[in-house]
Ligand binder design. Structure first.
Ligand code: AMP
Length: 361
């Protein structure tokens, strides 16, 4: 489901392995279509088209979590009456697309989070400003990503004002955590419960969008162990089969989990050039019951995202960079370079990975 860059990079793994890949989304000439995936170009609400797509495939996976409820229910009905393999399960997708369910699942799995409160009713709207600590962040409960739909409030008055302007009540309020670093773990769990994962990465965001990933993040070993343990706890608690990315805030020895994405994650793109299996290979293997690798060797990689405003294929910087064999360019085949749009990424795997992009500003 979906035909953007994550579907493209999945197809680039699956097609050379002999699989046929079909993608479903309303987008024509999609990134995945550009590398040989068969496109089903229909609305997510078009039941007949979705059913004919589902009939044409053996196994289904997702490149994004914000699948409309109607499409998810259609998939669930179809799956009950067919042999279609769906990984991860739609129940995992439903958890990931709802911040309240997601953070509650973390808590139930024993994974620490910031304090959070739901704002689903008028009563919640009155009560929450008195309960929450400040500063706090008001977030939409669903359909939020890259900081969209978020308002930071420094005081009770600011939160009351923000809440009073809401048109509908489907939100959460979270306490702000003054973290010093953000980390993520790319984690895979196979049908028989076997797991594979990379070492945790360090992520740097710019304007709420991922800018750089340093892999491995070289956190103290106690922190690394905890991050991986939390990923495993989540996978087992919600019986996850497939690949996911899970994101954490860290301050000294305090770790809080922010969110997880039920699919390969932008912060896992380093894995394409880390001298081992990529996160898309793990996605394919978990989906098609291929063996789990016995280990994932680590080669340091620094990943830098290319957003629309930085998409400069003819610039001197790009040309010089392409001369250096330690850099690899991955582009997503998008023709329109809008501001903030993810167009591609660079992976650097050579000497001094920590300073690979230092001179880029
Ligand atoms: P999200 O959409 O929840 O991933 O939030 C986007 C970004 O906003 C995160 O990567 C953080 O940089 C920041 N952020 C979100 N929630 C919090 C929080 N509770 N405390 C501090 N920073 C936050």
């Amino acid at each position: 489901m979906g035909s953007g860059q994550l579907a493209r990079m999945f197809a680039l793994e699956a097609i050379p392995n002999g699989y046929e890949v079909s993608v479903y989304s309303p987008e024509q000439n999609s990134p995945a279509g550009g590398v040989g995936a068969k496109e089903f170009v229909f609305d997510y609400e078009d039941k007949d088209a979705l059913l004919s797509f589902l009939r044409s495939i053996d196994a289904l996976t997702f490149e994004f979590e914000n699948i409309p409820d109607f499409a998810l229910s259609t998939i669930e009905d179809f799956e009950r009456n067919s042999d279609l393999i769906v990984r991860p399960s739609t129940s995992c997708i439903r958890i990931a697309q709802n911040r309240w369910k997601e953070k509650s699942a973390f808590r139930e799995a024993g994974i620490p989070t910031v304090n959070f409160f739901s704002v689903f009713t008028e009563q919640d709207k009155n009560d929450v400003p008195k309960k929450v600590g400040y500063p706090c962040i008001l977030k939409t409960n669903t359909m939020g990503y890259d900081g969209k739909g978020q308002v930071k409030c420094k005081s009770e008055d600011e939160l009351i004002t923000a809440l009073s302007s809401l048109k509908e009540l489907n939100h959460i309020v979270e306490e702000f955590f003054p973290f010093t670093s953000e980390a993520s773990v790319i984690f895979a769990r196979f049908q028989d419960g076997t797991i594979s994962h990379y070492r945790p990465s360090l992520n740097i965001h710019k304007n709420h969008i991922l800018d750089l990933t340093f892999h491995p993040g070289n956190f103290p070993s106690m922190i690394e162990t905890k991050l991986v343990d939390y990923a495993k706890k989540l996978a087992e608690k919600i019986d996850y089969i497939g690949v996911f990315g899970i994101e954490f805030f860290i301050k000294e020895d305090r770790i809080l989990c922010n969110e997880f994405a039920p699919r390969p994650h932008n912060s896992g793109h380093f894995s394409q050039d880390s001298g081992s299996l990529s996160q898309f290979s793990l996605q394919l293997r978990t989906l098609c019951n291929l063996p789990a690798p016995t280990e994932i060797p680590v080669r340091p990689v620094t990943m830098k995202n290319i957003l629309g405003e930085d998409y400069k294929p003819e610039s001197k910087l790009w040309m010089e960079t392409l001369k250096n064999p330690h850099f690899r360019l991955h582009l997503y085949g998008k023709t329109e370079a809008r501001k903030g749009r993810k167009m591609g990424h660079w992976n650097y795997s050579g000497p001094k990975p920590e300073s690979a992009f230092e001179h880029w500003e």
